[in-house]
Design a protein. Structure first.
Length: 129
């Protein structure tokens, strides 16, 4: 299974937790391969619409080799807006929203690694709305 990330891979222990959770969704994980999506975002003071950014992210995903089907996406650190828009880009490119893992959490003014990870099947969640 391919796991797409922007700013960091999972540790071996985290990866095992994710594999077990994906199995609970009926996913045969097999061999895990990490694919980095380039960290290419607009400058913070430049206004860009969500639709424009999603289109740019679709190009990033195509360049990263995303194919049709459901994939795993590790949410980026401190970039919630871009992480959500990447999910939309996954749906456009792959036909499915990804399984999402958020390895980070805000604690006060700092961002730290979560102690417990959970896989969210965004395609399943959004299809139920």
């Amino acid at each position: 299974m391919l796991i797409y990330y922007i700013d960091g891979q999972l540790s071996q222990a985290e990866q095992q937790v994710i594999v077990e959770q994906l199995a609970g969704f009926g996913e045969d994980v097999g061999v895990i391969k990490y694919v980095r999506i380039p960290f290419v975002f607009p400058v913070e003071d430049r206004k860009i619409s969500n639709d424009e950014m999603t289109s740019i992210f679709c190009g990033h995903l195509n360049n990263a080799g995303v194919s049709e089907g459901q994939h795993v996406f590790l949410m980026p650190k401190d970039l919630t807006r871009w992480g959500v828009l990447f999910q939309e880009a996954f749906e456009s490119v792959a036909g499915y929203l990804p399984f999402v893992v958020q390895p980070w959490q805000r604690t006060g003014n700092t961002t730290v690694r979560r102690e417990h990870l959970a896989v969210m099947n965004m395609h399943l969640i959004m299809s139920k709305l």
